[in-house]
Ligand binder design. Structure first.
Ligand code: PLP
Length: 401
């Protein structure tokens, strides 16, 4: 065996020894509260399909109509010949709805990961600085590193530390970036304070609303996301929303001042040098966004399930993080124990993925429980009952290989 392969195998073995190996289960049914995974029926609390739109019959029908009209592939990047009418209409609709500033425009990306890479690398470079929350999603961190700007990470939600770092920075352009709803914790970033700091230091504020778009906002703003939740708008906000989570389909968009969007269109490499997403997805998204806005009962169901879970979870053995969003993590601590609890749930017909370092800080392995409008009260009660039984026994651990 070559030295190169032997080194990989040794690193994989070391990872296994720490209980950090990742495995995939194979799903063979539509996304939903109940799935067929690894050949068995399972109650599922592990997806970001918060509104249950991923398998809604109207969204599926829109995708089928899009396929019939446009085929299944865009054939080229947006700037070559892959920009279709459904893409164009969706961008206009998203810009007008999310409206992070007056006259905002929007640009579609194939994924949220690519959108974040595109935004940060287009707005800052070597002489500049990126300020990011320590619990930001990996793709914002990767974007900061790729931009070659100085990368300054501040303690989670610590606006005092951020203010101090901004005040001493000599960077030509400053960019603050944050998850709006933190993906592994479910809490909200202090966006009003971050915008004040961005104003005070003439900085960009990049808001990654992967988990707030479609979920947060009330009344006429239902689902418009975290900016609506806080009532914020500004020309210095660059808003990124993903379309594969609450919106139930795939992709992402950036909404911002027209000059920002034109800059992305001209220079964002993760926009320019990749094939456009299939137009049938943009057609499906038009339908799913209509449902996000009009089907108020769906969001009410989601928030009723969150309340029910939060009312019951304090009796459990493990602490629950203080989240008001569909992301409801139960902190187990040890990675092998988190896997053990996840396995014990699986044996009882319930799928909750264990999230371990490096996705979360060492010592804070957790069950990332996500709730959806597709769950029933009885589903939530079943999860609580199973966790109560598992928690009453000796700590389950998946033995490290
Ligand atoms: C906060 C956050 N940002 C960005 C992304 C990436 O989005 P996508 O899955 O569309 O690439 C995710 C998803 O995993 C996320 O949780």
């Amino acid at each position: 065996m070559s030295r190169l392969i032997a080194e990989l195998d040794a690193a994989l073995e070391a990872r296994a020894g720490k209980g950090l190996v990742r495995h995939r289960r194979v799903v063979d049914s539509p996304q939903g509260a109940r799935l067929c995974a690894d050949g068995r029926e399972i109650l599922h609390f592990g997806s970001n399909d918060y509104l249950g739109l991923a398998s809604d019959s109207r969204v599926v029908a829109a995708a089928q109509q899009g396929a019939a009209r446009y085929g299944v592939g865009a054939g080229a990047s947006h700037l070559v010949s892959g920009h279709f009418q459904p893409h164009e209409l969706l961008e206009r609709e998203l810009a007008a709805w999310v409206a992070p500033c007056t006259n905002a425009c929007a640009l579609l990306f194939s994924t949220g990961y690519m959108a974040n890479l595109g935004v940060v690398t287009a707005l800052v470079g070597r002489e500049d600085a990126v300020f990011g929350d320590r619990l930001n999603h990996a793709c914002l961190n990767d974007a900061a590193l790729l931009s070659r700007a100085e990368f300054i990470r501040y303690a989670h939600a610590n606006v005092g530390e951020l203010a101090a770092r901004l005040a001493t920075s000599r960077a030509r352009v400053k960019l603050i970036c944050t998850d709006a709803v933190f993906s592994m914790d479910g809490d909200l970033a202090p966006l009003p304070r971050l915008l004040e700091l961005a104003d005070a230091h003439d900085a960009w504020l990049v808001v990654d609303d992967a988990h707030g778009f479609g979920v947060l906002g009330d009344g006429p703003d239902a689902g418009r996301g975290t900016l609506a939740h806080f009532g914020l708008a500004s020309e210095r906000i660059v808003y990124m929303g993903t379309l594969g989570k609450a919106a139930g389909v795939a992709g992402a968009f950036v909404a911002a001042h027209p000059s920002v969007i034109e800059t992305l269109l001209q220079t964002a490499r993760s926009y320019i040098y990749t094939t456009a997403s299939p137009p049938l997805l943009a057609g499906a998204l038009a339908t799913s966004l209509d449902l996000v806005r009009s089907d108020i009962a769906r969001r009410e169901r989601l928030f009723a399930r969150i309340s029910r879970w939060r009312d019951s979870a304090p009796v459990l053995r493990w602490p629950l993080l203080p989240s008001t969003t569909p992301i409801q993590p139960l902190i187990i601590g040890d990675a092998a124990e988190a896997l053990g609890v996840s396995d014990a749930l699986w044996e009882r017909g319930i799928w909750v993925p264990a999230i371990r370092p490096p996705t979360v800080p060492a010592g804070s392995a957790r069950l990332r429980i996500t709730l959806s409008a597709a769950h029933s009260d009885a589903d939530v009660d079943r999860l609580v009952a199973a966790l109560t039984v598992i928690g009453a026994g000796p700590p389950p651990r998946r033995a490290a290989r």
